[in-house]
Design a protein around this ligand. Structure first.
Ligand code: AMP
Ligand code: MN
Ligand code: MN
Ligand code: MN
Length: 278
């Protein structure tokens, strides 16, 4: 049977544009057969996504993308095929949710000092019951007409050194890997090229990650540039990591990040799904 995997996507349970059902519908319509919903620090969309996947005849792999801090750096860890009911994971994610609300309030205060009022309330309204993220602030500032695009808001207001940036210590990397492992999931280092690490820092990250029980690397990520794939494949071979593939789809506005449109994994690597599909 033909298979097509997309193991990193977002819904409105975090900063994705679509609700879980709509995301699943769109994934099925472009031919994805195995979809992981991996919202930031949240598993709240998984039930709805699972039911939608049954209706559309595709497999939903329950997942989460955990925000972690490793040596002062932000690193995202996707947990694939998790048991979302695991207490340890739930407690960890609950703490991150509280932290996100506190951070968002502080972003609101800082932007207010900078002359833009009411952004916390507006971002919270856009996030609804989902996790509040910087993307919600960015969408609101675009809505206000203050800044043309979400990307511009990040560059002007929300990244390090800008007025609305709030430094945050996320979950400890080792703890996040442990929560995922306890929840019977596979921990994956997401979008490795995004961290702008030198080769030796990347080797250090992956070596420590593996010792913590981490098992996989997102070798094909985002739009899947050929050189990024080659570099990541080299890391996966060196550290004996399973290979994952995911678009990190959020919204159709990101024209370059398309749901389910991913180049193949290098043939010599072991795909991450071999860990659960035998
Ligand atoms: P947060 O986890 O709240 O810090 O928000 C991070 C999210 O913002 C990421 O998951 C991306 O979806 C989005 N993001 C980060 N940097 C940018 C950027 N430069 N342009 C657009 N979106 C971004
Ligand atoms: Mn995001
Ligand atoms: Mn990420
Ligand atoms: Mn993501």
């Amino acid at each position: 049977m033909h298979t097509s995997y997309d193991l990193h996507t977002h819904s409105s349970a975090s900063d994705g544009a679509y609700g879980p059902s709509e995301l699943v519908r769109q994934a099925a319509s472009v031919g994805v057969t195995h979809l992981a919903l991996s919202d930031h620090d949240s598993t709240a969309g998984l039930e709805e996504a699972k039911m939608a996947a049954q209706r559309h005849g595709i497999q939903l792999i329950p997942a989460v993308e955990i925000s972690t801090t490793w040596l002062e750096k932000s690193v995202h860890i996707v947990g694939l095929n998790i048991d979302a009911g695991c207490d340890e994971l739930r407690q960890g994610l609950h703490a991150l949710k509280c932290q996100r609300v506190e951070r968002a309030e502080e972003i609101g205060r800082r932007l207010a000092k900078h002359g833009i009022d009411g952004t916390f309330e507006a971002a919270a309204r856009l996030a609804g019951t989902g996790m509040i993220t910087r993307t919600h602030f960015a969408r609101y500032l675009v809505e206000l007409g203050l800044v043309p695009t979400v990307g511009d808001v990040f560059n002007r207001y929300l990244v390090r050194g800008k007025p609305g940036y709030v430094p945050t210590r996320w979950a400890d990397l080792e703890k996040a890997v442990t929560w995922i492992t306890r929840a019977d999931g596979i921990a994956v280092v997401a979008h490795p090229q995004r961290y702008k690490l030198t080769a030796s820092w990347m080797r250090r990250l992956l070596g420590e990650f593996k010792e913590m029980g981490g098992m996989a690397l997102e070798v094909v990520s985002g739009c899947g540039h050929a050189t990024d794939i080659q570099v990541s494949a080299g890391h996966a071979r060196r550290f004996g990591l399973l290979a994952s593939t995911g678009s990190d789809f959020h919204s159709p506005e990101h024209q370059w990040l398309k749901l389910g449109r991913l180049p193949a994994l290098p043939a010599d690597l072991t795909p991450v799904w071999s860990a659960w599909s035998g």
